[in-house]
Ligand binder design. Structure first.
Ligand SMILES: Cc1cc2nc3c(=O)[nH]c(=O)nc-3n(C[C@H](O)[C@H](O)[C@H](O)COP(=O)(O)OP(=O)(O)OC[C@H]3O[C@@H](n4cnc5c(N)ncnc54)[C@H](O)[C@@H]3O)c2cc1C
Length: 495
């Protein structure tokens, strides 16, 4: 298959689909190449057994640790990328996240632009992805733990169900200020969400989750300026005699694929964009492609109060950001967020030896949380290719002392709220859903792969517009920032 387009985008996830949308608004001719197909709408979408036990929507892909151990990475190769199963929590990073942050044992570097520069695009992204939220604690207007905003959230914050509200009351009694989580679900008046209870980690059969396919790619295609080829795997990009990218080369459904274009934007996700660049042997004068791989320091908590039955349907409405900027010792902590209600069969994927007869009453009395703190970029943590071209990940935790403190704080708060048993699951190398940083942006070509507008320092028609660009990870969910940045970059690509 031979194709051409003005702008060729590789990958249709949060970065690629949003970039396509932004370019379509400017009338640019865009072709999106996506290795996956559309995720089917079927009864299994809402089955915990199908999604979490049988891993129905996970690709048959294997990455390797540096000592050669194979593992299944946390990726989804479908139209819309990882957003088809994401939890659609869509907060902004904070002003401080764009500046250098010094921790006791690590430094988080500054971004090449400020929060103020990205802020108008956060507003656009919140509208594109139908975000519900409120800036202050408990839906109020005073924003002590959120950054300033030039426009209100497009939709009001989601209401807490009674079980969640009672837990938040107990947390408030301990002096913290629980807030509502910024969420991309279609709970507008007449919206598509039916509150099915399977959202976080599941695909949405009703197109009610604000994923990249539904909110950005489909509207982009509807303009008539954006085309999509599904099942199109891009192996590499190739240069012409001048050193500019001339074509993307790969295969579609077993047939060779060659696509020429004026501009090429890689949005294959932090690991695959880096792997694609390494395979292509371009844009790496800094030697940094693949390095500074970050994933956040994340842990899940299941907190059990045997006296209360948790009958919640939509649990992911609350967060505690009191310790984001300061844990009381002058250094930042992170965030504590409710996650979607975890069912017994989902618990079994980790508590493999526990019988369902034990897990079911536990799940009925537990509330689940995510503790997220910042990891910092380390050149030794990296994506590389082994001798067979397979993705190899070198990863050790960074800045983890802050995570330990934040976990201890979360345990203390939850115990104070009446939870007598607290189970933790620290994310391992395979739980890389928040990966970023492998083609970092910056002003200095010796210290970064991309410039401030995600353009390669080396090759002037090559862009990387996904989470690979992040110079540091902050400690908030990344997707809204990826989208806002893609809208910003869309305005800079020459038409
Ligand atoms: C279970 C889960 C829950 C999550 N919850 C949240 C949340 O609540 N909030 C949040 O902010 N983030 C969440 N995330 C993370 C979020 O989904 C990602 O940060 C975001 O999707 C990354 O965007 P991206 O554009 O970098 O990559 P992706 O969205 O993953 O898109 C990459 C795309 O490129 C395609 N691709 C890869 N290689 C190639 C190739 N060689 N050729 C062609 N196409 C290719 C892939 O198939 C994919 O479609 C979650 C992730 C998971 C897995």
């Amino acid at each position: 298959m031979q194709e051409s387009a003005d702008v060729v985008i590789v990958g249709s996830g949060m970065g690629g689909a949003t970039l396509a949308y932004g370019l379509a608004q400017r009338g640019v001719d865009v072709l999106v190449l996506e290795r996956g197909h559309r995720l089917p709408k079927e009864p299994e979408n809402t089955s915990p057994e199908a999604v979490f036990v049988e891993k129905r929507y996970k690709p048959n892909d294997t990455w390797y640790t540096v000592d050669g151990t194979p593992y299944a990475p946390g990726v989804h190769y479908v139209v819309g990328g990882n957003t088809k199963v994401y939890g659609s929590s869509l907060p902004r990073l904070r002003e401080r996240d764009f500046e250098e942050t010094v921790y006791p044992t690590a430094v988080s570097p500054a971004w090449p632009f400020s929060y103020a520069e990205l802020e108008p695009y956060y507003v656009q992204a919140e509208h594109l992805y139908n975000v519900h939220g409120a800036p202050g604690p408990d839906g109020g207007d005073t924003p002590p733990f959120e950054p300033w905003r030039s426009a209100p959230y497009p939709y009001p914050a989601l209401a807490h169900e009674p079980y969640v509200a009672e837990t938040l009351r107990r947390l408030s009694e301990q002096g913290v200020h629980p807030a509502t989580t910024a969420m991309g679900v279609d709970l507008r008046p007449g919206g598509r969400c039916i509150r099915c209870g399977t959202c976080d980690g599941f695909p949405c059969r009703w197109d009610a989750k604000s994923d990249a396919e539904i909110c950005a790619l489909e509207p982009a295609i509807a303009t008539g300026r954006v085309r999509l080829i599904e099942g199109a795997y891009v192996d590499r990009v190739e240069t012409d005699a001048s050193g500019r990218i001339a074509r993307a080369v790969g295969h579609v459904d077993g047939e060779p694929l060659e696509v020429s274009g004026r501009v090429f934007a890689l949005s294959a996700g932090a690991a695959n964009s880096a792997a694609l660049l390494l395979r292509s042997g371009v844009a790496n004068s800094s030697g940094l492609i693949g390095t500074r791989y970050m994933v956040h320091n994340n842990s899940h908590i299941a907190a059990i109060d045997p006296r209360r039955t948790n009958n919640v349907v939509f649990q992911k409405t609350a967060c505690v950001n009191d310790f984001y900027d300061d844990m009381g010792d002058g250094f930042p902590g992170g965030t504590l967020q409710c996650i979607g209600k975890v069912q017994a069969s989902m618990m079994k994927t980790h508590a493999t030896r526990a019988p369902l007869s034990v897990l079911k009453p536990m799940a009925a009395r537990s509330m689940e949380w995510l503790v997220m703190t910042e990891d910092t970029p380390d050149p030794a943590n990296r994506i590389s290719l082994d001798s067979q071209g397979r993705i190899t990940v070198t990863w050790t935790r960074t800045n983890y002392d802050r995570h330990e403190l934040m976990l201890a704080k979360a345990r203390e708060l939850l115990k104070g709220a009446g939870y007598v048993a607290i189970f933790e699951q620290r994310f391992d190398i395979s739980m890389n859903s928040h990966m970023c940083g492998t083609a970092a942006g910056g002003e200095d070509p010796r210290e970064s792969v991309l410039d401030r507008n995600c353009r390669s320092h080396d090759v002037d028609n090559l862009y990387v517009v996904d989470s690979a660009f992040f110079p540091s990870s902050g400690a908030q969910n990344p997707a809204l920032t990826i989208a806002a940045n893609a809208l910003r970059v869309a305005e800079t690509i020459p038409a």
